[in-house]
Design a binder for this molecule. Sequence first.
Ligand code: ZN
Length: 143
Amino acid sequence: MTQSLSRALPGEHVHITTDPWTEPFWQAAKEGRLVAAQCGDCQTFRMPPTPYCPHCQSQNTKWPQLSGSGTVYSYAVCNRSPFPGVEDFVYIPVVVELDDAPGIRLVSDLIDIDPAAVSIGMAITVDWNPITDGWQQPVFRAV
Ligand SMILES: [Zn+2]
C-alpha cells in the first residue's frame, strides 16, 4: 500500500543553520554531493564536523566526496507528524554507516520504503530532499 511507505520530512518545515564548521557539508549537499569532514593530518573522519580533530587535535580539515552508499546501523519507525498542523505520516529516522567514511555515522531519514521491509545492515544510498532557503538535506533509500 503506497500510503504506508515512509516519506521524507516536508521540506518547507525543515530549517537548518550553518556555521564555519558545517557550511562545507551543506554547500556540497546543495549540489547533491555527500561529503564528510576528515582530518587532513591523521585522516580520521568526524561527524558532525567540529573545529578540531578528536584524535590528533589538528584543525587541518578536508572534505572528500563520498559515494553515498551505506548501511542501516539503527532506525526507528515514526507514525506521527513532528510538525504541528501537518497531517500524520510515516517517517524513519535512520543512523547510517557510510561505506567510504569508516568510524562515523550520519543521522538521516529512510524514504520510500515499507517500514516492515527495513532491516539492520541493509544497503542504502543517498538521495536529496529540498528544504527551506534552497538547501538540500541528505536522505537515504534502499538500493
Ligand atoms: Zn587528526
